[in-house]
Design a protein around this ligand. Structure first.
Ligand SMILES: Cc1cc2ncn([C@H]3O[C@H](COP(=O)(O)O)[C@@H](O)[C@H]3O)c2cc1C
Ligand SMILES: O=C(O)c1cccnc1
Length: 353
């Protein structure tokens, strides 16, 4: 509890001085005023986050938090739980979607076992994954709480500790997730914090049909009624209807904020983690960059709640950190514009407005 308390009470906002210095320079670049639009807004944010107008963004790490979910027993996903382990092995072998897009963006992928139900000890022993396993999957929150308060706090602190462990080799973090069934706790968390009917935050996940979607909504409505999470108590929400990888993502974001490093937030699972982090420490939203608009409508509601506008809309519904990886290219582009493009006074040619 000490690491969590220390972290949430110490997070400061962006540097206003660096934001202003970045704006002043961007105002004078050799092009029509602010003609690169949101890429320039992004450059201002990264300067404010890092406290520098020459921010380092070369070393990028996508952290894929993995965990399983007891609520798969209620038939809320198309796929079996065993796929979580198989996908983790796929990430380690470098063959999944996130591996391809991270390679293309020049980012490392680090996989964290936050609470996978299967045995990954061989990978942990070899150092192929980071082992922060809290339990072998959550309890089915259709029949009781997902985890204890103590487990929820340990999972958040594990995420914070991962950010600290990777800080020496990371300029920019990206969040990712793997866990069959995890769109369900994500939707439940978002419905609770945003005080929305769960039907407004639920989507088809990996591809449910209409009848399966109706069942998912019914299961989650009943689960929320049974658990009655308190939206003013983020640990209560996490323990009752959350997930270990979602807690890990929230912790990673809190850690990035304390380290004053940008964290690119992926799809609905990552955004549920981000909302949890925001409820614990509202200022941490200043360190988040929303990568993309997910097909899942709950993600859009959570982003709106935090006042975040996603950079991309590519109809993604994969997770793993794939949107964050694609958005890393934009982060590097934004900083390149800030640091490499000439101002009118620096340019050798004179230009009349
Ligand atoms: C092969 C495969 C790879 C994935 N990679 C990410 N997800 C994504 O889909 C799952 C969430 O959807 P739902 O809540 O409907 O189960 C999570 O594992 C998420 O990371 C995958 C899903 C599958 C099947
Ligand atoms: O928004 C996402 O990242 C997402 C959507 C559906 C399934 N898995 C992930």
């Amino acid at each position: 509890m000490q690491l969590l308390n220390q972290t949430i009470t110490s997070i400061e906002g962006q540097s206003e001085t660096s934001r202003q210095q970045a704006k002043d320079r961007l105002d004078q670049l050799i092009m029509p005023h602010w003609a690169l639009g949101r890429l320039m807004d992004l450059a201002v944010d990264i300067a404010g986050i890092s406290g520098s107008i020459r921010p380092n963004v070369k070393r990028k790490t996508i952290v894929v938090m993995a965990g399983d979910h007891g609520i798969v027993d209620a038939g809320i996903s198309l796929y079996p739980q065993e796929l979580t382990v198989e996908m983790v092995r796929g990430f380690v072998n470098g063959v999944a979607g996130i591996n391809v897009l991270a390679r293309q963006a020049g980012a490392d992928v680090k996989v964290v076992d936050m609470g996978v139900a299967g045995d990954l000890s061989d990978l942990a022993i070899n150092g192929d994954i980071i082992d922060r396993k809290i339990a072998a999957g959550t309890n089915n929150f259709a029949t009781g709480e997902a985890m204890s308060r103590a487990q929820a706090i340990r999972a958040l602190e594990a995420g914070i500790s991962v950010a600290h462990d990777l800080a020496g080799t990371t300029d920019v973090f990206g969040t990712g997730d793997m866990g069959i069934g995890n769109t369900s706790p994500s939707s439940a968390i978002i419905a609770t914090f945003c005080q929305l009917p769960v039907a407004d935050t639920v989507g088809r996940g990996t591809g449910l049909d209409d009848a399966q979607l109706a069942n998912k909504i019914k299961v989650l409505e009943k689960a929320l009624e049974l658990n009655n999470p308190d939206p003013t108590d983020p640990i209560d929400v996490l323990s009752k209807v959350g997930g270990y990888e979602i807690a890990g993502i929230a912790g990673l974001i809190l850690g990035a904020a304390i380290l004053k490093k940008p964290v690119i937030v992926d799809g609905i699972i990552s955004t549920a983690g981000a909302l949890l982090a925001a409820r614990l420490a509202p200022k941490c939203t200043e360190y988040m960059i929303a990568a993309h608009r997910s097909v899942e409508k709950g993600q859009i509601a959570a982003l709106a709640d935090m006042g975040k506008e996603p950079l991309l809309d590519l109809q993604f519904r994969l997770g793993e950190g794939t949107g964050a990886a694609v958005a890393m290219n934009l982060v590097e582009g934004a900083v390149a514009i800030l640091t490499e493009m000439a101002t009118f006074s620096e340019a050798t040619v004179s230009m009349e407005k």
